[in-house]
Write a protein that binds this ligand. Sequence first.
Ligand SMILES: [Zn+2]
Length: 267
Amino acid sequence: MSDPLQLIDIGVNLTNKGLFNQLNAVVENAKSAGVIHQIITGTSLEESVLALELAKTNRLYFSSTVGCHPHDAKDFKQSDIKIMQQLAQDESVVAIGECGLDFNRNYSPQDIQEEVFETHVKLACELQLPLFMHQRDAHSRFAEILSRYQGQYKSGVIHCFTGDKSQLRACLDLGLYIGITGWICDERRGHELQEAVKYLPLDRLLIETDSPYLLPRTIQPKPKGRTNTPQNLVWIVKQLASILGLPEATIASESTKNARNLFALTI
Ligand SMILES: [Zn+2]
């Protein structure tokens, strides 16, 4: 028997009710599947507070992020920045985000999204914390805003990357790590990403389930519900290994090393 894989899930929405209500089982199953650490995503001020509270219950196993998702940018207040600054002082907060731009759904007006995103980038520069970012159908504005701060921010990850080869290159040029989710396991809409990851250097690869979303479609046997959980991270590893022609152990060890580096994890 080879050693079990040791994986870090860099994006888990554990404060989501569907997961929170069965937290013990979710965590035990993840541990059995080799997930040694989870980073809980803060998607709004309220969620960021909850994410940190949860992270504090087991600092070795959890970390968290502090931010406001572009969907919620319209509800962001300038006074929120102070609270975010305070939350980010806690040792368990390892990144600023989720933040970014989403021009696919446009739940918040685009100019507000841009303003709030830039506020997050400035905060990350000030605190010297990495950025945890979301971008959908907004690549050029995203790259434009971020490039203004290049050299000032302490790296970051574009989480749930779904772009093509040229967008991948642009993100790498911005010094970013690339978060790969179960999107890569989707035979209907994952083709571009499956091509693009062939150009992703292994030292920029991160893996995440984005639970409870994006259930990998390659899971065998097919699960009954649609709720994704961190234990499914291994299916993303399997898919990457098969596309890249590398052992699963290599995908696991490289992505775990990268997560430790980017988020300065002490585990
Ligand atoms: Zn996202």
